[in-house]
Design a protein around this ligand. Structure first.
Ligand code: THU
Length: 133
């Protein structure tokens, strides 16, 4: 991923964050996945009055990509609020690991530069399909 691609990805995540539907938590999240096809698949969190029906931004992005036929990813950018960037939740890490076990991840918040990490760092011992055999 080039620096330009990284900047575009972070700005896509920030734009997606503006579309978050989070009237209950008021915690707005945006995600942007760079597919191997060069497309950016973005998502925001979508909450529900039945709280458990809420879905995180990262899973919206992954499912949008898969539904469009893209299952291989180059990087993820996440945009959250607060003073420090936040990582994806455990459920989203697991969903990301299904498709991209060593995905580069850029964590951003309104202040400061994005933090660069990887899915292997965030979820080192991944449950995967090999466990099932
Ligand atoms: N949320 C995400 O969108 N991604 C995460 O990785 C963590 C949490 C959302 C879910 C809910 O709408 C709000 O943030 C508070 O948990």
């Amino acid at each position: 991923m080039t620096r330009d691609q990284a900047e575009t990805l972070v700005s896509s995540a920030q734009k997606a964050r503006e579309r978050a539907y989070a009237p209950y938590s008021n915690y707005h999240v945006g995600a942007a996945l760079l597919g191997e096809d060069g497309e950016i698949y973005s998502g925001c969190n979508v909450e529900n009055s039945s709280y458990g029906a809420t879905i995180c931004a990262e899973r919206v992005a992954v499912f949008a990509a898969v539904a469009k036929g893209c299952r291989n990813f180059e990087a993820l950018a996440l945009a959250t609020g607060g003073k420090e960037p936040a990582p994806p939740c455990g459920m989203c890490l697991q969903v990301l690991a299904e498709f991209a076990p060593s995905l580069p991840v850029l964590l951003s918040c309104p202040e400061g530069d994005p933090i660069e990490t990887t899915l292997e760092i965030l979820l080192p011992r991944q449950f995967n399909r090999d466990e099932l055999s």
